[in-house]
Ligand binder design. Structure first.
Ligand code: KG4
Ligand code: ZN
Length: 354
């Protein structure tokens, strides 16, 4: 296994990322170029602009990943690339690049599902982590509870019926006038440390629904209303210029939002653990991954759920939780070793996705 070398390419959202990972899980390089300037300027990702940013960055990012790993294309065993879910304009940039390399160097291609990669990178982090396991995947666009029976064998226990938790963090952060440059989630987590988590009474979503689904749209609206009803001038005055009193109000909203947002996660996860153990009593691990899993409060809270149920929590380090090339390369390796990959594109085939 140690002689396998996988290049992973990720362009599904607003980060252009690439990495080289060895078959035994050794990370040889990891490069991420993010579009934070665009995010701040335009208040979100516009597919067209994101595509242009990826197209500008992709060659350099991939080259740096190869250089940092001290390998050339011809040393690679295969190329793994995210094929979905995500913005199709953006995905195409990565797929195009992967196909170019695969064609030129006669390398197999492994198409990777972005959410599967968030889940499976936990197996790189913890080599003992075997199937079956329960996984909570929390990011900007997805909120999934999955029972993983084996590679490619997943049962979905729950998903969001509207927004994902990361979307709620991002919007709340924007409405609170936070500095979005490092992302709304991290900014809100930071501010919440100064606030009273019980100051604002937000309703916990979906309590009447005894299932494992999520809903964050209502909580988002509650945050908006809390800001408006307290006449907090967050639209005009950024947090850095707020008065002491104003800052405290915003911190209280942030902390109260975070408490309820995560309580909702905990409640659904507790039920999912019960469901999962009924389906397969041999489950020993609880995986939590995706961008929001880099949040310390989230990690601590879900560790309680794991401990309470005698499961071991596996939560990748923050830089492997947010979008990255390592998880794509690693998931590519898992599939490649299992014999699931595509032959190199023929010389006369176009580089675009069919
Ligand atoms: O997995 P990811 O990097 O990209 C997607 O696949 O969406 O997740 C990005 C999401 C964003 O909504 C971001 O605000 C959130 O993860 N996030 C956080 C934190 N770090 C990133 N949310 C809360 N606390 C954090 N520390
Ligand atoms: Zn992601």
């Amino acid at each position: 296994r140690a002689d396998l070398l996988m290049l992973g390419i990720e362009t599904s959202c607003d980060d252009t990322a690439a990495a080289v990972v060895r078959g035994d899980g050794e990370i040889l390089s990891q490069v991420v170029s993010s579009q934070e300037d665009l995010l701040v300027k335009w208040g979100g990702v516009s597919p067209k602009m994101a595509e242009e940013a990826h197209a500008l960055a992709i060659d350099q990012v991939v080259q740096k990943a190869l250089d940092d790993a001290n390998v050339s294309e011809s040393d690679l065993s295969a190329v793994a690339v995210t094929v979905g879910p995500g913005l199709s304009l953006c995905l195409r940039v990565g797929v195009h690049k992967a196909r170019q390399i695969a064609k030129a160097f006669r390398l197999p291609i492994v198409g990777v599902h972005h959410m599967e990669a968030h889940a499976l990178v936990s197996r790189l982090v913890n080599k003992d982590l075997d199937f079956p396991f329960l996984a909570l995947l929390i990011s900007g666009g997805h909120n999934l509870l999955v029972l993983a029976h084996g590679l490619g064998q997943y049962v979905q226990l729950g998903t969001t019926i509207d927004d994902a938790i990361g979307e709620a963090y991002d919007k709340s952060a924007r409405w609170l006038g936070l500095d979005m440059r490092k992302g709304g989630g991290p900014a809100l987590e930071q501010l919440a440390l100064e606030g009273d988590p019980n100051a604002v009474e937000f309703r916990v979503p979906m309590r009447q629904h005894k299932d494992c689904n999520f809903s964050y749209a209502g909580l988002k609206t509650q945050v908006r209303l809390a800001i408006e009803s307290r006449n907090i001038p967050a639209d005009e005055i950024p947090i850095s210029s707020a008065t002491e009193e104003d800052r405290q109000l915003r911190a209280n909203i942030a902390a109260s939002f975070q408490r309820v947002a995560v309580l909702h996660l905990e409640e659904r996860c507790q039920r999912a653990v019960e469901w999962a153990l009924k389906m397969d009593s041999s489950i020993k691990y609880f995986v939590v991954s995706g961008g929001v899993a880099s949040n310390q409060y989230v990690r601590t809270s879900l560790n309680h759920i794991a401990e309470k149920n005698d499961l071991q929590l596996v939560c990748p380090p923050p830089r492997l939780c947010t979008d990255n090339g390592v998880m794509i390369a690693w998931t590519g390796l898992e599939h490649f070793i299992a014999g699931r990959f595509d032959d190199p594109p023929a010389v006369d085939e176009p580089d675009d996705m069919q």
